[in-house]
Ligand binder design. Structure first.
Ligand code: ZN
Length: 268
């Protein structure tokens, strides 16, 4: 999350400080209760994370709000990132097949793992570098106008991005365009359990209004139960992945994922 402090500290220094802090933090939290598959380490607990706003509870938004065991102290993976890992491990050929992968707004933990896989051609992209610790090699781009050819990628990971984008339907059409037939995309967003229809109001542009209305200062909507049909409307075939429904929670009990969270995976 963007903070005023991050804007004051030079990028190189911020990275060094954070790296050192994470190593010490990993030791402080070390234990045998929880496990992070991205940094391959065990901890007695994770760090709390997530921002709170009354609307998150009122609308029962999954994938938002304060969580006690959320952030890996060593690599900063979040519960939702660890949910992605379970899908990748259980349901995909990511670790073996030769795949070209487009990673939007790349989470450091996911990037560190995937970009090292010898079978993966890895293409990271993000709209803004400022305020976040994205690696400098990340391509600057806008997913409402993706600078790549049609059917360029086998896999897309776009995790908690669409809720920030005013024209998300345009972004979805672009993501569909650059995905190969037979390819798949992780298109996770925070989603309300009780809203039938996605709620958006483009007149709310102030940070405090967005926090009140959508649950976070830089979100532009709350997705409802129609999210799946939004994905389908641009051509995707949606196959939600739910570890609870697939009896995978016991196997991954130490990942501290939200048992209610369903991962939206879209196929072309
Ligand atoms: Zn970790």
């Amino acid at each position: 999350m963007k903070s005023p402090l991050k804007n004051l500290i030079p990028f190189w220094l911020g990275r060094k400080l954070r790296g050192g802090f994470q190593k010490i933090n990993g030791l402080i939290y070390s234990g045998n209760t929880l496990f992070c598959p991205y940094c391959n380490r065990s901890f007695r607990k994770f760090m709390p994370g997530g921002e709170d706003s009354p609307v998150i509870y009122e609308k029962q938004i999954i994938g938002a709000g304060y969580r006690e065991n959320d952030v890996c102290p060593r690599c900063y993976s979040l519960d939702r990132d660890r949910l992605v890992y379970i899908f990748l491990k259980e349901k995909s050929a990511l670790f073996t097949a030769p795949l070209k992968l487009f990673h939007v707004a790349p989470e450091g933990c996911i990037r560190a793992m995937i970009s090292q896989l010898p079978n993966i051609t890895y293409v990271p992209g993000v709209k803004y570098l400022e305020g976040y610790y994205y690696a400098r090699q990340t391509n600057l781009l806008d997913i409402t106008s993706i600078p790549y050819d049609d059917e360029a990628f086998d896999v897309i990971i776009c995790n908690h991005v669409l809720e920030h984008i005013p024209d998300d339907m345009l972004a979805l059409r672009e993501l569909f365009r650059v995905l190969k037939p037979g390819g798949w995309a992780i298109l996770q967003v925070p989603i309300s359990k009780v809203l039938e229809k996605t709620f958006e109001d483009q007149t709310k542009i102030e940070e405090h209004e967005r926090t009140t209305s959508f649950g976070q200062f830089d979100h532009v909507r709350i997705y409802g139960q129609d999210y799946r049909s939004r994905l389908e409307s641009v051509g995707f075939i949606v196959k939600p992945f739910h570890p609870l429904a697939e009896n995978l929670l016991e196997k991954y009990h130490n990942y501290a994922i939200n048992p209610q969270e369903v991962l939206y995976v879209a196929y072309k």
